[in-house]
Ligand binder design. Structure first.
Ligand code: NDP
Length: 456
């Protein structure tokens, strides 16, 4: 049985029963790293570790289906920064995560393989359900959230993200979304917004859910109307959703980017206050070990001159390079909410600025399924838009990951898996018209237009 029959059945509008009647192939095409290569970049500088050499696209064995799982035919997926981390084996090889997960039990032991199928976002169609699955059936069109937990840990009922066994799918678990098939827990599924194409639907959840929890959800900074929010990487994955959520919630975003084109796109999209960190030449570190407080002050002054006062919230993720400035810049009693450390995880800030001015730092990670559902609801209602700005074929996944690694991509990069071409999978054209083609594609069009004007 080949995957083409599943793809044909989906593309020709086959019913759930049709799909349920098709056999699941024993192997499937997937982007993966290899355990035998996990030392391949040892002693190399991070920038020289090239995902194009470590990410392979080829056949892997289909895992057996657990009772609480579903098989999804993946139509499209996305590059997230965690795929870059996996493919450069930093800060550690993700085979370590798979081996640790495998020790949890019988079904988890399937994840210990000599390959790691990556990818933490996807849209697709359910083709098989385990016999303990209640809410889903073959034929359902879904997006997949990256949060893997099980409900037998009481902490998961307070907040899924607090459960001891919480894992990121396709990063800390195997059988990720950059593939033609994936096997995931039914508890990871949400309905696909009906007005979006496969790739528009696929790129959102990991980043948008993370931004929602950081800014809006009860566990994050709980942004309110009128809050000034400093957003690092305002056109990046999490930053782009953060800017949209701040605008959507009545806040005032001050976005930081690193080029005039990125600044221009943000202004076009309604974010008036933008700092080009390259043009301003901020150097928060005078050398490898010493931060320059006068640069923090210059930065704080620029924010105040743009927004009128210090930020209530700082949306932090670059980490080592910016954390000192972020803690300094937050207003008295303000909040720094952080979910990452792209430029280095050993952070330094001057604690006097934190305690004397009664600021808070909140650690945040991913989003629980309630927060993911709220996020998809915003997308489904057209209140926020997909950040899709480029789409690659699955066979070119290494190239796609390289553009993200090198900060050459804008917004989100989509990957076509079983979908034959871009623009497929839109179910409700009337709703798409109502929300507006221009709004839905605003990010990709703005970036395309600005790239053209730079070339001209
Ligand atoms: P992207 O690459 O899409 O965007 C990151 C943005 O950060 C870039 O556009 C860049 O913007 C900015 N940036 C990068 N380096 C620096 C720096 N040294 N100083 C200031 N700004 C910088 O990545 P994502 O937005 O998808 O992810 C960002 C980080 O968050 C990653 O480390 C990722 O792994 C992590 N993450 C964590 C999650 C969690 O749940 N914990 C979930 C999602 C992501 P510009 O150059 O224009 O300023």
């Amino acid at each position: 049985m080949s995957i083409d029959q599943i793809k044909d059945a989906i593309e020709s509008g086959g019913t759930g029963d049709d799909l349920a009647g098709l056999a699941i192939p024993d192997t499937y095409r997937a982007a993966h790293t290899l355990r035998s290569e996990q030392e391949m970049f040892a002693d190399m500088a991070s920038a020289d570790k090239d995902p194009r050499t470590s990410l392979h696209v080829g056949q892997v064995a289909t895992p057996e289906l657990a009772p609480d799982e579903v098989v999804v035919a993946v139509m499209a997926s996305a590059i997230n920064y965690n795929t870059v981390w996996t493919s450069v084996f930093e800060p550690l090889s993700t085979f370590f995560f798979l081996d640790r997960f495998a020790r949890e039990g019988h079904w988890e032991s399937r994840h210990r393989q000599d390959f790691h199928v990556v990818g933490s976002d996807a849209s697709g169609v359910v083709v098989r359900v385990g016999n303990a699955v209640r809410n889903w059936k073959p034929g359902d069109r879904v997006v997949i959230a990256p949060v893997v937990t099980h409900d037998q840990d009481p902490d998961a009922h307070e907040d899924q993200m607090l459960s001891a066994n919480q894992r990121a799918w396709g990063f800390e678990t195997n059988f990720g979304g950059l593939a033609d098939l994936t096997v995931v827990r039914a508890s990871q599924l949400l309905r696909k917004p009906t007005h979006l194409s496969w790739e528009e639907a696929a790129v959102n959840l990991l980043c948008a859910g993370t931004s929602y929890r950081m800014l809006v959800g009860a566990h994050g900074a709980r942004m309110k109307q009128g809050d000034i929010v400093l957003v690092w990487g305002g056109t990046g994955g999490i930053g782009g959703y953060a800017v949209q959520m701040v605008l959507n919630g009545g806040g005032i975003p001050v976005a930081v980017v690193s080029s005039p084109e990125r600044a221009e796109v943000l202004r076009e999209l309604g974010c008036e206050l933008v700092i080009d960190r390259k043009a301003e030449d901020y150097r928060f570190w005078s050398d490898e070990h010493t931060q320059d407080e006068s640069e923090w002050r210059r930065f704080g002054k620029q924010i105040r001159s743009l927004a009128g006062s210090d930020p209530d919230i700082v949306f932090e993720h670059p980490g080592r390079e910016t954390m000192g400035a972020s803690v300094f810049a937050a207003k008295r009693g303000g909040t720094v909410v952080t979910c990452a450390a792209t430029s280095g995880y050993s952070l330094e800030y001057d604690n006097r600025h934190l305690w004397m001015k009664l600021k808070r730092i909140i650690g945040s990670h991913g989003a629980n399924m309630a927060e993911n559902a709220e996020t998809i609801r915003l997308l489904d209602r057209g209140a926020i838009q997909p950040l899709l700005t480029a789409t690659f074929a699955l066979d070119d996944v290494g190239e796609a990951a390289r553009t993200v690694q090198q900060n050459r991509s804008d917004g989100k990069v989509g990957i076509l898996c079983l979908a034959s071409s871009e623009g497929q999978g839109i179910e409700d054209l009337e709703k798409r018209e109502r929300i507006g083609e221009d709004r839905i594609t605003s990010w990709s069009r703005s970036f395309a237009a600005n790239k053209r004007s730079v070339q001209d």
